[in-house]
Design a protein around this ligand. Sequence first.
Ligand code: BG6
Length: 449
Amino acid sequence: MSKVLVSIFGSTGDLAARKILPSLVNLKNNFDLQIIAIGRREMNTSSYIDFIIEKSQGKLKVNDLNGFVKYLNMKFTDENEYEKLYNTHQGYAGVTKRLYYLAVGPDFFEIITKSLSDNQLVEKNNIRDVIAFEKPFGEDLESAKRINNFISRFLTERQIFRIDHYLGKEMIQNIMMLRFANRVIEDSWTKESIKNIKIFVKEKEGILNRSGYYDRAGALRDMMQSHVLQIASLLTMEPPKSYLSDDVKDKKVNALVNLEIDHKSTILAQYEGYLSEKGIPKNSKTETFVFLKGFVKTKKFNGIPIYMLTGKKIDDKSAYIDVEFKETAEQKKWHLPLSKNILRISIAPEDGFYITLNSKVPGLRDQVKSVKLGYKIESDNIGNLSEAYEKLFSDIFGHHRTLFTRWDEIKASWNIIESVLKENHYIYKYDNFDDVISIIKEQTGVDMS
Ligand code: BG6
């Protein structure tokens, strides 16, 4: 079994406490793992463990971390401090994989990568050494390009794992299988049959205590550039040559490159109370909600409107996709209140899918009812599903690359986001989901309820 040493940069943050460490703890039994948690705060291993348990809000326990995690107090922006990390590494014998997880802002990607390389902590071309870059990869196209060019001096593409944790979610992994391994779906997945596609990623919470990052990012950079566009590419890619990582990515990139936004339908909005959040400038124009309408201009899909919506502080936390199919030519002849055929792919909180169909009501009279044909993963009784991050870590350890974004995907999605940012958009205010739904309806005529 390979022996993996994971060094986490940004180990005192929320992400480390709530997602990264709990996922690694869950993988402890499947992999031979050790963790070095790197941080600027003056702490030792034992005070770090207390600190991070408190921050994890019940997700971590002392026994999970004792003997598993070691804290290293180090200023990672200072190249001279990497010797400390090098020396700490010497204390671990027989390591076969060195993973550096950069749970820090993109501004730090370059300095950390260079310092790791200068201190023999990563060796170019050696896939034993890999670096995972948490999203967002850059804060616009230019910075993303700069970062990518820079880190490529020290790493080959095979050593780079760009994280988008949505790709580790069960139903997002399932999109390709659902589309391409079912004739009944694949045959109707064309502009002749699909009326529209709607992607919803709704969040109940506000920005929590991430004002510094969030006010610079906004919903376009924080959610749309990564999670939502990744979902859109999986829904509108052509069948890949094979299901190997690069063949899949070739088709995803092709979908993204062909995705054009209808700018007059864009809606940006900010939740009421955002300007009173701690650390937010009183005149901030940052959007916490985005609605986009796009078309993938390929032969198979051009003409299908793709509606994408994401926002904070809207009624519930849920993510799902609705694919609405066109009426059949026969439908008009029934003179009955037939309902739409909609395929709902539910990503969170439920995982599963169902399709709504019209069915005759049993009995003597001709009546119709809408029935659901579907599948909920929970009904498989497999217990708690693993966290998206668990899947991503286990794929990094096994060097499976499909669920990580390739540079050209990042580039294509930044191009889309920049096309939106270039336009001058009014920033609406909203209190809840109904507010944004009515703004969208009034301004664009689209019903997203
Ligand atoms: C992160 C964003 O990538 O995804 C956060 O930075 C957002 O702002 C989070 O809250 C949502 O992820 P999930 O898995 O909870 O839907």
